[in-house]
Design a protein around this ligand. Structure first.
Ligand SMILES: *Cc1c(COP(=O)(O)O)cnc(C)c1O
Length: 373
């Protein structure tokens, strides 16, 4: 009997091997492996064009992009953020010596609820770090209005939004800055990688690119001078080449993801007890994740999770537990302070979605799910 292949929540996208090999040959000629080499600079230029942003700096990964952009703004005090995200968002804040303050999310799209923001602002608040979770763009107009009124920085965790536009412009240009992740599991990958983006034409931010560049290279500012306590977060040439190759295909991959998403929507859209997050109308969406909310809550969610795993289908409970329930933050935060985030984290599953996932497998996943319901 044939054994079916296991299906995971995602599968890393790869370019045709010949494309990668073709560029790699050059590395064996030049021996240029890292330190802002030729392919680092090429990818940087291409990504600026693709993301529609004038400011972009590449990093080793999304997490260090966030750590270093927070450091670059020389923030002190409290940062308002959301507990419904990946561990990285909060850790980056804490690792900068800042205190995260958790704002609840909106039921409809799981992004930070601007209606709850002002009550959390104190005289110690310095910035807001919202997350465009699952590629759903935050209510950036409301958030940025509040930030402007109180003189706060807005730095978006845009790790889920590669290739998206909102109201006709690239998401990379929102707020003071945004960070992207190019991890293997994301829509666009450089194996590991990430970027900070910002509007370089803004005269108030003219210093940012130079500082980020130095921070990721130990704070070195000249042959004999070191002016910042930087780290090492440079993107190497192998990763840059992977990015250059993947960028050629990413639009096609997003189209293929859309077909998978539409198949799920057709099969699960009207199932009682199951809620899909609506596809935002003002966004060119990237279909990075396939979140499904079980109205019955945790017991139904966990039963379906276990049942799918037993069939060799491995969805994920993104994002469970909420950050404010993590052991490392015990005593400092309480999930009961963000009841919507807590409930969403207990009722959500993200189902498998990637460009080559056969539509017949989507059908099988949905029929197993409906049977378990
Ligand atoms: C993936 C991710 C990150 C971290 O990116 P890495 O490239 O894995 O370091 C940060 N925030 C969110 C929301 C993510 O999903």
């Amino acid at each position: 009997m044939d054994k079916r292949e296991d299906i995971y929540v995602t599968r890393a996208s790869l370019p045709p091997m010949e494309e990668f090999e073709e560029l790699m040959k050059d590395i064996w000629v030049t021996h240029g492996l890292t330190n802002m080499g030729k392919y680092h600079e090429i990818l940087k230029g291409q990504l600026k064009d693709y993301l529609g942003t004038s400011g972009l700096e590449l990093f080793t990964n999304g997490h260090l992009s966030l750590e270093m952009v927070l450091q670059a703004f020389e923030l002190e005090g409290e940062v308002i953020t959301t507990p419904f995200t990946f561990a990285s968002t909060t850790h980056a804040i804490v690792r900068n010596g800042l205190r995260p303050v958790m704002c609840d999310i909106r039921e409809e799209d799981c992004t930070l609820d601007p209606g709850r923001l002002e009550e959390l602002i104190t005289d110690r608040t310095c910035a807001i770090v919202p997350v465009h979770v699952y590629g759903h763009i935050c209510d950036y107009k409301a958030i940025e209005d509040i930030a402007r009124k109180h003189g706060l920085r807005v730095i978006y965790d845009a790790a889920h939004t590669f290739g998206e536009t909102v109201d006709g412009r690239g998401v990379a240009a929102l707020g003071d800055a945004s960070i992207f992740s190019f991890h293997a599991t994301k829509v666009f990958n450089t194996i590991e990688g990430g970027a900070v983006t910002w509007n370089a034409e803004d005269p108030e931010l003219s210093w940012l690119g130079d500082r980020l560049y130095k921070l990721k290279n130990f704070g070195i500012t000249g042959k004999e001078s070191v002016e910042y306590v930087g780290g090492n977060a440079k993107l190497n040439e192998f990763c840059a080449i992977m990015g250059i190759c993947n960028l050629r295909h990413v639009d096609q991959w997003i189209d293929m993801r859309r077909d998978v998403y539409l198949q799920y929507k057709a099969l699960l859209g009207d199932v009682p007890g199951v809620r899909l997050l609506s596809e935002p109308s003002n966004v060119r969406f990237n279909y990075a994740y396939m979140p499904v909310i079980f109205e019955e809550g945790m017991s139904a969610r966990d039963r379906i999770y276990d049942g799918l795993c037993a069939e060799g289908i491995y969805p994920r409970k993104y994002f469970y537990p909420c950050i404010n329930a993590f052991a490392c933050y015990r005593g400092q935060m309480d999930p009961d302070d963000t009841p919507v985030a807590k409930r969403m984290s207990e009722s959500v599953l993200t189902l498998p979605i990637y460009p080559e996932l056969p539509l017949s497998e989507v059908e099988r996943i949905c029929s197993v799910l409906k049977r378990l319901l």
